[in-house]
Design a protein around this ligand. Structure first.
Ligand code: FE2
Length: 400
């Protein structure tokens, strides 16, 4: 995120004295990526940011992943993971249920109505897509207001908490990387500006606008971090004072929000491949979205995708609005995931190919994650699976 931002009070010269009204010093923290050689920000704290008063084990929610074996396309109905009356007691951090994952990225889903504990992810950046609902993400950089269609990008190790609105559940699709998540590299100039051909620009990215100062003592923070074998581990810290004590910060590393409705789709006379729909990328995966758009206008075009075998990737579609044209007749609906793994050719459901001819506009909304290493299935994946999906193209199930 090479887009400079300055919020609150910062001294005119970095690494120099920044004094409180009472004459004492603020404590400068550099939060930087790739060992001082990539994006960073400087934050000025009222208290020493490394002061912890206690550390204990936090048992993270079930992170186990089982192989997709025998290899099958799968349909997961995420709305079935949470009962209608359950959400008010669930928070958007500890309530996440893991549906798919590998060594590069984990995808979970949560329907929340309670404020979360303070939390940070030390394994990698998070991209949390808000399917519906509203809320605030309070962070050490300031607060972000979030709502339906927002991608919330939270850099690795950003201390934050989720505060859902009270009127409706906050439905969040959480993409947790083991790396950084950034706009597709080909959208960026060599100095990091979003280029003219990119489907969004800096004006579409919303960062914190003022510091968020909170008071408190003995404040708990949950930290998700690397285990010895690369697994996800958890630690609960207690801070003597509240970690949201930053009076000002500046730099190019901070959380931000991008709304999917600000993505300007790239369309053509014939079918545009998924890279035309890309938004972000991390190590070992990309994030694309399919938004309402005018579709292919060649006189002989077939607007739904051709059948395709993604020989190098597993493809995960999260259907979050409209009616996805190519999946009609498969049972897939709002809140569904389809997993189409490498080694399996997939494409429109029977009839959709023919029906799409002559259609000029697709009213569909979907977020896609393509991974370059195989995805396994988490407990939330197995708990929400529609077992008949793999056989929907053939129209007949295996003999049992
Ligand atoms: Fe596909």
């Amino acid at each position: 995120m090479a887009y400079y931002r300055s919020v609150g009070e910062v001294p005119p010269k970095r690494h120099t004295q920044h004094r409180r009204p009472d004459g004492g010093l603020y404590y400068e923290e550099l939060m930087g990526e790739e060992g001082f050689t990539s994006d960073s920000s400087l934050l000025y704290h009222r208290a020493i940011p490394s002061a912890i008063a206690d550390a204990s084990v936090w048992e993270v929610p079930d992170q186990s992943i089982a192989a997709n074996h025998p290899l099958k396309p799968r349909h997961l109905k995420l709305h079935e993971l949470f009962a209608d009356n359950e959400w008010k007691a669930v928070d958007a951090v500890t309530g996440r249920r893991l549906v798919l994952g590998n060594g590069d990225v984990r995808i979970s889903y949560v329907v929340a109505g309670s404020p979360s504990p303070l939390y940070r992810n030390a394994l990698g950046d998070e991209c949390v897509y808000i399917e519906s609902g509203t809320g605030t993400v309070e962070t050490v950089f300031g607060a972000l207001t979030v709502g339906a269609g927002d991608y919330v990008i939270l850099p690795r190790a950003t201390t934050h908490r989720w505060v859902p609105g009270t009127d409706e559940p906050l439905r969040a699709y959480c993409i947790e990387a083991n790396s950084h998540i950034a706009p597709a590299k080909r959208y960026l100039s060599r100095f990091g500006q979003l280029l003219e051909h990119a489907p969004f620009c800096e004006r579409d990215l919303c960062g914190p606008v003022q510091p968020l100062l909170a008071e408190g003592t003995d404040v708990e923070v949950l930290v998700k971090h690397r285990g010895l074998g690369g697994e996800v581990a958890g630690t609960r810290y207690v801070y003597p004072t509240h970690p949201f004590d930053v009076v000002g910060w500046d730099g190019c590393l901070y959380p931000y929000v991008f709304n999917i409705s600000d993505f300007e789709p790239i369309t053509g006379r014939i079918h545009q491949p998924p890279p035309a729909h890309q938004v972000f990328e991390g190590e070992g995966f990309v994030i694309c979205n399919f938004v309402p758009r005018k579709v292919d206008y060649h006189p002989l075009s077939i607007p739904v995708p051709y059948y395709h075998s993604n020989v190098d990737s597993d493809e995960v579609m999260f259907y979050c609005g409209g009616n996805y044209e190519a999946r009609k007749g498969s049972g897939i609906g709002q809140g569904s995931i389809s997993l189409h793994p490498g080694g399996h050719a997939h494409g429109p459901q029977p009839g959709a190919y023919e029906r799409s001819i002559g259609i000029e506009f697709f009213d569909e909304l979907a977020v896609m994650v393509d991974t370059f290493r195989p995805l396994g299935v988490g407990e939330g994946g197995f708990a929400s699976e529609d077992p008949g999906y793999a056989w929907t193209w053939a129209g007949k199930a295996p003999r049992s």
